[in-house]
Ligand binder design. Structure first.
Ligand code: S3P
Length: 426
């Protein structure tokens, strides 16, 4: 894929369905006791892996204009005939492990080369505390072997690292537990699972407590999945760093646990407004309007501390905005970026450096002086969808030609990214 410098960005964008919510709605529908109808479900590589795994577990799924999933209840899944395959999807393997941990059959789940490098002890530890029998490789990675149990115990567990995948895994396992499971979060992470299940949430000493009651019955429902704000982030940044742009991103999730990057861009000086804000399937949704002037006058800042989990998936594209803005752009306390679909600290540092930025790498982040002219180069995506899309946006402001080494990897989360980009580019 070759990218050239753009004049501006203009038009209306309908982003694909939210990836995090699509995975969760698929799992929750499978755990329900009836037929669920789902509109705007994301059909991408990652979410298709979730549907494939559920199909292997005997869940009836029909993909047409809307998605239909017939639930089997919390316990009545079928023993899979072979190893379940989660592909590139951390959400699939970590959330599904919580469901498999409480079943009365053995199962095994694995993924692609990237997923088999990612840490799984973060879910194995709490699952074992609940009485699950689960094994990983010596390195604490997939394949995971999960053995039959009669029941799980309830636990009270404070998350050691802020992770919505770990939280959601424990919530799903908690559906099989005999007592009340309590999860304590010091730092807020995306809250889609507790919202979709309508769980009791409270706060104590600044910490959030999520309770899973034993034996809750999951109703079959109609769901409308909002557009993905993380996928929209590429266009929101593009319209903020390319002069004379004006885009409207329609019907997108505005859940406050996901919109941290918009607060960051606004602090940098970007002109971003929300319109038509409303509630759908217990999630906030609305339109995002982004405009830029004749000149780009963004100012850089430091991203660190409790903000990081809220912007974790948008750091690659925020770094691209930082390259255009004046001053020092710094990211700290983001060590977990090295455990994503690629080592994203390394990928950001390498690609920005190749585009002409002098950048310093830290174990938990990076820093550089922005406001420099980027030069087009060959971008190494490491097969990581968010690196491919973030540096495609960098290519729109770079001098000369930018080439993306593996543009197909965008199909992990956003199969029509390049088509939509072409439609709004001038
Ligand atoms: C996700 C949670 C985050 C995020 C990932 C999706 C989810 O991961 O980076 O893209 O859907 O729960 P962690 O829970 O590992 O932080």
């Amino acid at each position: 894929m070759k990218i050239k410098k753009a004049n501006n960005l203009a038009g209306i964008i309908y982003p694909p369905g939210d990836k995090s919510i699509s995975h969760r709605v698929a799992f929750i529908s499978a755990l329900s006791n009836g037929v669920n109808v789902i509109e705007n479900f994301l059909l991408s590589d990652d979410t298709l892996r979730t549907l494939d795994c559920l199909g292997e577990l005997g869940v009836e799924i029909e993909i047409s204009e809307k998605l239909m999933i017939k639930g089997r209840g919390v316990k009545n899944f079928q023993k899979p005939r072979s190893t379940l395959y989660a592909g590139n999807s951390g959400t699939t393997i970590r959330l599904l492990s919580g469901i498999l941990a409480g079943q009365n059959f053995n199962s095994e789940i694995t993924g692609d080369d990237s997923l088999r490098k990612r840490p799984m002890m973060r879910i194995i530890k709490p699952l074992r505390m609940m009485g699950a029998k689960i094994e990983a490789t010596e390195n604490g990675t997939a394949p995971l072997k999960i053995y039959a149990v009669k029941n799980l115990n309830s636990i009270e567990y404070e998350l050691e690292i802020p992770s919505a995948q770990v939280k959601s895994c424990i919530i799903f396992a908690g559906l099989h537990a005999e007592g009340k499971t309590k999860i304590i979060e010091k730092v807020q992470t995306r809250d889609h699972t507790e919202r979709l299940l309508g769980l009791k949430v409270s706060s104590e000493d600044g910490k959030k407590i999520i309770e899973v009651e034993p034996g809750i019955k999951i109703e079959n429902k109609y769901y409308l999945i909002p557009g993905d704000i993380s996928s929209s982030a590429f266009f929101i940044v593009a319209a903020s760093i390319i002069p004379n742009s004006h885009i409207v991103v329609k019907n997108v999730s505005l859940n406050p646990t996901r919109t941290g990057f918009i607060d960051v861009l606004r602090k940098m000086g970007a002109m971003i407004e929300f319109e038509n804000v409303r509630e759908v399937s217990n999630e906030q949704i609305g339109d995002v309007i982004v405009k830029s002037g004749k000149e780009i006058n963004l100012k850089n800042l430091t991203l660190a501390g409790d903000l990081i989990p809220n912007v974790i998936d948008e750091i690659p594209v925020l770094a691209v905005a930082g390259a255009v803005a004046e001053g020092v752009f710094e990211v700290r306390n983001a060590r977990d970026l090295r455990n994503k679909e690629s080592d994203r600290i390394k990928a950001i540092v390498k690609n920005l450096r190749n585009m002409g930025i002098e950048i310093e790498e830290y174990e938990d982040g990076f820093s550089f002086e922005g406001g420099k002219k980027l030069k087009g180069t060959l971008i190494q995506t490491y097969g990581d969808h968010r690196i491919a899309m973030a540096f495609s946006i960098a290519g729109l402001v770079a001098e000369g030609e930018t080439v993306i080494d593996n543009p197909e990897c965008v199909k992990i989360s956003f199969p029509n990214f390049y088509e939509i980009l072409k439609n709004v580019l001038n």
